[in-house]
Design a protein around this ligand. Structure first.
Ligand SMILES: O=c1[nH]cnc2c1ncn2[C@@H]1O[C@H](CO)[C@@H](O)[C@H]1O
Ligand SMILES: [Zn+2]
Length: 340
């Protein structure tokens, strides 16, 4: 849909390792001898999930491929830069890119080298394309709390220099939020913004736990809240934004079908909802595809899509003066498109 293509957009939940430009991943995986496939279609089967994916745990297996090539400074910088180049071409004005630094230190890079290569890629893209981005550092749920503490301590020097927040991601089913409470208390004291993946795989209680024990200001996915009016009430009362990712949620079987997707229910309850991609390559998606799905299957109007984008500007981890600038830029284009 042309209007969706042209719409000025913002993206708050996008994993770098899940969003490597496919051609680049193919090139680097072949070059480094990690895969031996002889056509691009076969390669896509390996690195993207299909509709028959059974669970989040199965979905997470796809990340071994991008992670195997994201162990060098030049690759980290290139992948970040290319992601931003592609998002800029889709008229994305602002994006928060998230990654787990320690997943990129398996072959010798230091924490600092990983983070700085991403920040350099972001800077270069800003200069060349004008697209604005910030980084979110991820702690992995399956690691011990000491590992999360290391991410938070080592990352603190980048707060305000491109890093804006920390997150907790990975296997939610087996690793509840409280394991990492000590780390997120520290993150809170150090001045990070905090977003937590919670309620992605049906465990509603992880949402209040993430808010009350881990200081979450935003919740990644959060769809299990639909099962529990008290949890929805808490999200509303605390003004917590949800980072919803419909296509990823369908693939991980967090919901049975798009008709069961609780986005309308959340909006009706007055919750603040944003829509994001999660993993552009692994999920084979884009913001345009996500919005299109909502319009085709859940009867969203273009005005409602614009409302989601405006929520996402409100939810961004940026300073109020920066928010004003972003809002102005987006509103001007929306006005030219006669959408506001
Ligand atoms: O939807 C998701 N839910 C939980 N964890 C995820 C999701 N997508 C990606 N990751 C995890 O986050 C790591 C760093 O980006 C990825 O390697 C993957 O393990
Ligand atoms: Zn995610």
């Amino acid at each position: 849909m042309d209007v969706l293509k042209l719409l000025p957009k913002t993206e708050l939940h996008c994993h770098l390792d899940g969003s490597v430009r496919p051609k680049t991943m193919y090139e680097l995986l072949l070059k480094e001898g990690i895969i031996e496939v002889n056509d691009f279609r076969e390669f896509e089967e390996l690195v993207m999930v299909k509709d028959d994916c059974k669970s989040l745990i199965e979905y997470l297996k796809k990340f071994q491929y991008p992670l195997s090539i994201m162990q060098k400074k030049e690759n980290m910088e290139r992948i970040t830069y290319e992601l931003l180049e592609d998002l800029n071409a889709q008229n994305v004005k602002y994006v928060e890119i998230r990654f787990a630094p320690y997943l990129h230190t398996k072959e010798g890079l230091s924490f600092e080298e990983v983070v700085e290569s991403v920040l350099v890629g972001m800077e270069r893209a800003k200069k060349d394309f004008g697209i604005w981005s910030n980084a979110v550092l991820i702690c992995m749920r399956n690691e011990r709390v000491e590992e999360s503490i290391k991410v938070i301590k080592n990352g603190a020097k980048y707060i305000g220099k491109g890093v804006v927040a920390v997150d907790l991601a990975g296997n939610e089913q087996d690793f509840p939020p409280e394991i990492h409470q000590k780390a997120f208390n520290l993150a809170y004291d150090m001045g990070y913004n905090i977003t937590i993946h919670a309620g992605e795989t049906g465990i509603a209680e992880n949402i209040p736990k993430s808010i009350e024990l881990l200081h979450a200001q935003r919740i990644g996915h959060g769809i299990a809240a639909a099962k529990d009016p008290k949890v929805m009430e808490l999200l509303k009362e605390k003004n917590i934004f949800l980072e919803m990712c419909p296509i990823s949620n369908l693939q991980t079987k967090s919901v049975k079908s798009i008709e069961d997707y609780p986005i309308r229910k959340f909006l009706a309850k007055g919750l603040k909802v944003t829509v994001n991609t999660d993993n552009i390559t692994v999920s084979n998606t884009s913001l345009e595809r996500e919005y299109q799905l909502l319009m085709e299957k859940l009867d969203f109007t273009i005005e409602e899509v614009v409302g989601l984008i405006q929520n996402s500007i409100d939810a961004a981890f940026i300073k109020d003066n920066e928010r004003d600038i972003l809002r102005k830029k987006v509103d001007e284009e929306l006005r030219n498109m006669e959408l506001i």
